[in-house]
Design a protein around this ligand. Structure first.
Ligand code: SAH
Length: 346
């Protein structure tokens, strides 16, 4: 198995079967997992040194028209508390974030029908004119190609749209009455044509997902040669159909992050909030698997609990924008530091 890791590190292509065997073995053999993670960390250090980029996450809205089985914001969840930030509230988050040193704002949200192109366009233009030197990242789900282009012209730079599941059947089972993986990928292609820096990814351990599926997901991310890759464990939310399912496996998640790093050496890969929620050391373990980004929460404090895609989502302390000093001290324990630059894809 170690040869497979070495092949990956040399940039050789692996097929689904070998990648799947490697992932499987990593969950059984700690020394192999460590071997893989060490290669991933070396690769990340060659690209980024010991700096970790930060992104301020602003959660625009908890309204969503979709019904994704895993997500606490799904439209069928009657107990979800819904909110929607006003443009002025978003700008206040940006003001606060800029002062704290953030140079990327990520605006994420449910697919809220009231987020028209015109509304988003105006918001993006205002952010762009107030803060010409920041990167603006959007994560607002599936929109039309024309919409993606308009928002890009308004000043957005990056877009996160996890593909969620490369396997058609698995995708369909998790996303009832969605337009399917083919449509999801067509959105990703539209974003690439519009020249965004594009992020893909998936969660680990969601119901119905096998290790072969994860291998396929990783190869898909490689095939699309994307600039960002988000991988975190599935975490159950009580008020969803998957509420009784176990959370994703830590070691499998770390192995997947490490493989993503070797497949796409230059990619921006977050140590996800889900990983930090799964276990207190999650953020550090992610970085020690090749991740190079963290995304502290910059949403107004009174809405943070309401953006519950899963339960007990970390949004305070080191996961909070106000907690940068605590984050910096935590990073120092493993020899890393915050890199306050914009952190574009090179
Ligand atoms: N509506 C946007 C943003 C979704 S939230 C979109 O469709 O892209 C960002 C990511 O959180 C999702 O892509 C999903 O992979 C992840 N997520 C949602 N629910 C989750 C859960 N219960 N556990 C772990 N990750 C989850």
């Amino acid at each position: 198995m170690r040869e497979l890791v070495e092949q990956l590190a040399k940039g050789q292509r692996l097929d689904t079967k070998s990648l799947s065997a490697l992932l499987k073995q990593c969950t059984l053999d700690d020394s192999l997992l460590q071997f893989l993670r060490d290669y991933a960390v070396r690769t990340a250090r060659q690209q980024f040194g010991l700096g970790i980029y930060i992104r301020g996450l602003i959660e625009l809205s908890s309204y969503c028209r979709n019904d994704c089985l895993y997500c606490g914001l799904r439209r069928s969840n009657r107990s979800a508390e819904r909110y929607r930030l006003t443009a002025d509230e978003v700008l206040e988050c940006c003001r606060e974030g800029y002062k704290l040193g953030f140079r990327t704002f990520v605006m994420q949200g449910g697919e809220d029908g009231t987020h028209s192109d015109a509304w988003l366009e105006e918001l993006i233009c205002r952010i762009r004119s107030l803060y010409p030197d920041v990167a603006i990242t959007l994560s607002l789900g599936e929109r039309s190609e024309e919409s993606y282009r308009r928002l890009k012209r308004a000043g957005a730079n990056r877009y996160l749209l996890r593909h969620e599941a490369a396997d058609e059947e698995l995708y369909a089972s998790l996303h009832p009455d969605s337009r399917g993986i083919k449509h999801r990928l067509s959105c990703i292609e539209a974003l690439q044509r519009a020249e965004y820096q594009v992020g893909m990814g998936m969660m680990i351990g969601v119901k119905g997902q096998t290790i072969d599926h994860i291998a396929e997901d990783l190869l898909l991310v490689q095939k699309y040669d994307c600039q960002m890759v988000g991988i975190g464990p599935f975490l159950p939310h009580r008020a969803t159909p998957l509420g009784e399912e176990p959370a994703g496996d830590l070691r499998l998640t770390l192995a997947a992050v490490a493989i993503a790093r070797l497949l796409l050496p230059k990619a921006l890969i977050p140590a996800t909030t889900a990983l930090a929620t799964l276990t207190p050391r999650g953020r550090l373990e992610g970085i020690l698997s090749g991740a190079n980004v963290v995304m502290p929460n910059l949403s107004p404090s009174d809405v943070r609990a309401k953006y519950a895609i899963y339960e007990n989502k970390a949004s305070w302390g080191k996961e909070a924008a106000e907690g940068l000093a605590a984050l910096e001290s935590e990073l120092e324990t493993i020899g890393y530091h915050i890199d306050f630059s914009r952190g574009d894809y090179a």
